[in-house]
Design a protein around this ligand. Sequence first.
Ligand code: NAD
Ligand code: LMR
Length: 326
Amino acid sequence: MKPPVTIAITGAAGNIGYAIAFRIAAGDLFGPDQPVNLNLIEIEPALPALEGVVMELRDCAFPLLHDIVATADLDTGFGNTDYVFLIGSRPRTKGMERQDLLSANGAIFKPQGQAISANASKDVRVLVVGNPANTNALIALHNSPNLQPHQITSMMRLDHNRAISMLAEKIGKHSTSVKNITVWGNHSITQFPDLQHCTVDGEAAYSLIDQDWYKHEYMGRVQKRGAEIIEARGASSAASAASAAIDHMRDWVLGSPQDSWVSMGLCSAGDYNVEKDLMYSFPVNCKNGNYETITNLELNEFSQEMIALSEQELIKERDMVKDLLS
Ligand code: NAD
Ligand code: LMR
């Protein structure tokens, strides 16, 4: 057996936290030969509920689960962590856009960034899930002086998975037939689910679908899936979000399938004319523990317009939180 790795989860008593902790402890993140320690982080009022989560984790007698720390102290929670899931924050309710959460949630990510920077292992990998995820990740990044920009990412994998699944369903194929979808930009309604380079069982997706369906049904359905789930469940997505977070971190660390790419929110290097240093979703390949942006895609005029639209929204969000960007 390998030595255990330490994984921090904020918001661990919340809905996504409750879904992800058990899957990680069961080995779904790094496989059946990788023991894990879990550092579960909550705000003080949620510590009693978190204690219940700890009891349940212990009651599973997971073979891979070693130490559990449950705490509201950020220095303890992020101490020597190798992998961090920043989930804890308020979810939106019916009628809100994710951007409306900036004032409630943005401030959470400044002290968390500082505490990760001061206490986590030097190679820590951070995934921000709490909404609005891209701009919260930007706040965390600006407050983590000891981390390199590539160590902090934001979650677009749920949108990516939704885009794959909805296309597969339309064409009557399994989701594994779908390759090279990108969801560009922000985790918001300006995100751009891009089928220009997508193939289904080797055939160009563009040749299998109607452009009218693509632009007037499919794109909106992917962009608004979060709201559709809130409407149906009365609560935001949780198990699918936890699953996407596992997909994101697993691929980052162990590699993504090399016959396709995945979408990740990352610190822009200026590729595709996206302003440098915004947290923006690009197509990436993951290999040897790193991700690399696919930089050589030709983009038609429609794609370029959509990519710029989401960039503009992220610039606005960044300006809204400038006080938190040190
Ligand atoms: P939830 O309300 O069920 O749980 C949130 C938990 O976070 C609560 O237990 C709360 O006590 C805790 N929390 C709040 N502030 C905290 C802090 N400063 N430190 C630690 N913990 C804190 O919400 P949820 O359904 O688990 O969703 C969590 C977040 O994830 C929301 O912002 C939601 O919008 C977002 N989300 C993002 C995606 C994505 O694709 N990026 C998908 C689904 C949900
Ligand atoms: C989602 O996409 O399901 C989450 O971001 C929750 C939300 O507010 O839509």
